[in-house]
Structure formats: C-alpha cells, structure tokens
Design a protein around this ligand. Structure first.
Ligand code: NAD
Length: 254
C-alpha cells in the first residue's frame, strides 16, 4: 500500500501484532501493515484468522483474549501493537448481565494492558514502537444501553494516554483511532436485525437509524481506518502521541 518503486516499504524490518485480525477493521489493518512491509502476527479467537494470515503471508494465533493472560501465548518481539479486538452488548444498565460487562472490559481494556506490558520492553530496547488502540466515538461520547462498551472504550483511551507518557522517552508512541459506524460484520449484522425489527429496508436503517449522528450519511470503510492506523505507524508520526483521531463522519463535531 505504501511502497514506492525503488524505496524500501515503510515498515520493512518491523514486526506488527494485530488483535481481532480475523475480521473487519483488524483484518484491514493487518493487510495494510503487511503491504507496508511489516511481518504481521494476526490474533483472533476465531479460526477464520488462519485463512486471513495465509492470504497475507502472516502468522496466525488463535487465542481468546478474555482467558487468563493471553500475552503469554504471543511473541514479545513486536514493534507495532494494534489493539483492535472488540465486541458489543446492548442492554439497559439495570438489566446488563455482569458477566458480559466484565467480558467487554477484559477484551477491550485488560487485554490491551496485558499485551502492552508484554511488548513494551522490546520496543524500549529498540528505542522505537507504535501502539495503536482501536477505540470508538464511544471513547468520547456515550450512548444509552452501551454501558460496558462506553466504559471500556473510555478506559482504553486512558490507558493509551498513560502508555504515551511512559513511552515518550523510549521512542514509543501510543494513540487511539475512534471510528463512527464502520462497514464490518459487526455492523452488517446489526443492519439486518434492525431492518427486520423496524420493518424497513437496509438503506433506511443505515441512514435513519445507525447514522443519525453522522453528518456524512455513509458507513466508514475498514480500509479508511487501516490507512489512519498505518499513518500513525510511520516515522513521520514520531511526535504524534497521546492523541485520539476520530473518523466519524462529523459525529463528534456536534
Ligand atoms: P468484527 O466483529 O468484524 O471483528 C472483531 C474481531 O475481534 C472478530 O474477529 C472477533 O473474533 C475478535 N474478537 C472478539 N472477542 C475476542 C476475544 N475474546 N479474543 C480474541 N478475539 C476476539 O468487528 P469490527 O467492527 O472490525 O471491530 C473491531 C474494533 O473496532 C472493535 O474494537 C470495535 O469496538 C471497534 N469499532 C468498530 C466500529 C464499527 O462500526 N464496526 C466502530 C467503532 C469502533
């Protein structure tokens, strides 16, 4: 993606690890990092990650990030860590199942912490590293019925800032990318469910239900998120740290 004829690809010699790489945004990030010359470790609990890794020439790790310390099953020699795996559960607070609340925190906050503490010593030793956390507009804004997701993404934003402060003297940056609604299986399934529930067609669900808060009434594409992630991994972004980059069609401008 970023290679120019006659020049080394931007991430040649770097090793990346992407969680949730079997699908959606994580898959697009893994593809962009591989195209930029990185060796990529693709992590997912879903076996589908094996086929994606084969297609990209990367290494697959079928690991459930919610179980124990998932980092012990993964390599330490990682220069680019993309914390992307995530899931949603929708229910009012007073009916929210505590075990689901806990699961979302484990996958979207605790696992990124465990992975960061696992790979930061290698990044510090090399004097170079990139941590990119796939947050969400819900890292800055709340929506009703999404308590676990909103709490987790706000937590991830805080973790990202602390890693940025501690990594600063070691050449390690940490940032969040925060999309609005992205065209991934996670959202495609919601569209189908909502179309059935509301008795309207899929296009109406996208514009009138999902994208009410987007000024641009189109879903973000996974490749757009991957381009931003890749940009944050370049040497040109060495002073970009502790920040959040929204890709939300204007949602948070309101
Ligand atoms: P997706 O469902 O297509 O992909 C998520 C991947 O994470 C899946 O492959 C899933 O198997 C994996 N995963 C979930 N739990 C896991 C676990 N315990 N261990 C290992 N892997 C696990 O979803 P997506 O839309 O690509 O979401 C990726 C990230 O982007 C998530 O953090 C999500 O919160 C965030 N995000 C998505 C949207 C959107 O509209 N799609 C918007 C904002 C933020």
């Amino acid at each position: 993606m970023n290679s120019v004829p006659g020049h080394s690809p931007e991430l040649a010699g770097r090793t990346a690890l992407v969680t949730g790489a079997g699908s959606g945004i994580g898959r697009a990030c893994a593809a962009a990092l591989a195209a930029a010359g990185a060796k990529v470790h693709l992590v997912d609990r879903d076996e589908a990650v094996r086929a994606v890794a084969e297609e990209l020439g990367g290494a697959a790790h079928v690991v459930d990030l919610a179980q124990g310390d998932p980092a012990r099953l993964l390599p330490t020699e990682v220069d680019v860590l993309v914390n992307n795996a995530g899931l949603q559960h929708v229910a009012p607070v007073h009916e929210f199942p505590p075990d689901r609340f806990e699961l979302l925190q484990r996958v979207m906050v605790t696992a990124p912490f465990l992975l960061a503490r696992h790979v930061l010593p290698h990044m510090y030793a090399r004097g170079w590293g990139r941590v990119v956390n796939v947050s969400s507009v819900h890292g800055q804004r709340a929506s009703a019925f999404k308590s676990a997701y909103v709490a987790a993404k706000h937590g991830l934003e805080g973790l990202s800032k602390v890693i940025a402060l501690e990594g600063a003297e070691h050449g390690v940056t940490s940032n969040c990318v925060s999309p609005g609604y992205v065209r991934t299986p996670l959202v495609e399934n919601q569209i189908a469910d909502q179309a059935r529930a509301h008795g309207v067609d899929r296009d109406r669900v996208v514009t009138d239900v999902l994208l009410t808060k987007h000024a641009i009434k189109e879903l973000v594409e996974p490749d757009e998120v991957a381009h931003l992630v890749l940009w944050l991994c370049g040497d040109h972004a060495a002073h970009v740290t502790g920040s959040t980059f929204t890709l939300d069609g204007g949602w948070t401008a309101q």
